[in-house]
Design a protein around this ligand. Sequence first.
Ligand code: EPZ
Length: 431
Amino acid sequence: MDVIRIQGGQPLSGTVRVSGAKNAALPILAATLLTDEACTIENVPDLSDVRFMAEILRYMGASVEQLDAHTWRIEAKSIDSTAPYELVRKMRASICLLGPLVGRLREAHISLPGGCVIGPRPIDLHLKGVEQLGAKVEVSKGYVHVDASGLKGNYLYLGGRQGSTVTGTANMIMAAVLAPGITRIESAACEPEIVDLCHMLERMGARIKGIGSHYLKIEGVDRLHGCKHSVPPDRIEAGTLMLAAVITDSEVTVEGVVPGHIRALLAKMEEARMPCTIEPDQRRITVHPAPDRKPVEVITLPHPGFPTDLQAQMLAVMTLTPGLSILTERIYPNRFMHVPELLRMGAQIAMEGPSAVVNGTNRLSGAPVMASDLRASAALVLAGLAAEGETWIQRIYHLDRGYEKLEEKLQSLGAQIERLPDSALPSDLLE
Ligand code: EPZ
């Protein structure tokens, strides 16, 4: 396993380009199962989660060819309806295979994904949705079995305890596009990744109205065609890189980002006096040094609210922003695995239920820390970039799930960060 070593205190400068969005690529790859024709997907991020989804599609019978590091060709001429435990348990996002299997095959046998460190990750809304589309659902021995021979359009309400469900919305859309009749989805998620999935499905022949809103109307069609589609830029990676500039008091331009995808972050950065310039081409944002940035309150909400996937990174920045900040998690109340590790670096954070109260200081000290989940790992990288001294981050396979060569991107901006084999760990840090 690899580790990351960071020598902190180095300001960044220059321009960095974001990769394709992991959370768009996964449902996009799943959606290729909806047609027996070939699909070519471009700008796919080179991530372990993506390679994993490709492995599952191959296992299910699709022909999956990687044309280059960021382009895949998938042809699901005939596929099996089972996504097995030994594959699904390693990536809970494989639940987004449910919709395509229900739509294309009228049946699905998918291992229940289980939870992860940020929370239980239930799929009750997914299952309620397919039942409302006329399917029979049975859960046994850790698998969900769906008989959708009677699939037909219907009214679906997707609101749950924490608002809508992103992959649940993706699943219902992918089932409904091939369901006879009209499906109306109320309280649909409207994250940019869902908007992009709808645009891809339209390109394949789907009929969807209300794209980008919480209310979708879908007219089912008999079949969908193959397509060529490009994965949109990763708004969470863009936000992570922007916050890396802030925490190191640097000027950095992030290229490829769509400002309209991160309005909540931009608004919060403005409130916190973290100056940003949206370049005229609307595809580059320059972050400027923020010496007098101020503490803020952040509450994570479904889109267009502040994204939960940027909470850990913003919290890292607040540990070096003098004053009291409060970050409240409304999506995953336990999503604070980064806090104990930031405390080891000298941060001052107190947990109050789903809120972290951060007393910003003016220094962090580098330390050996442990990655635990994807975005917590990113928060530790940001903290390491700004900390005095050396930070070693172990278990960085968490990072590799959602960031393509993050250390190389940061190196290109001047950061003293490197990926090393774990044999390079100082002996006193060996697990
Ligand atoms: C997607 O997960 C993202 N993953 C997550 O990104 C992201 O944090 C999350 O949306 C919220 O924005 C992908 O797109 C692959 P949800 P998803 O269903 O779809 C509850 C990252 O770091 N819920 O929108 O699984 C759930 O417990 C990852 O890139 C139910 O109660 O999230 C949570 O509290 C992490 N019942 C809330 O809704 C359900 O049936 C939002 O979950 C489904 C969800």
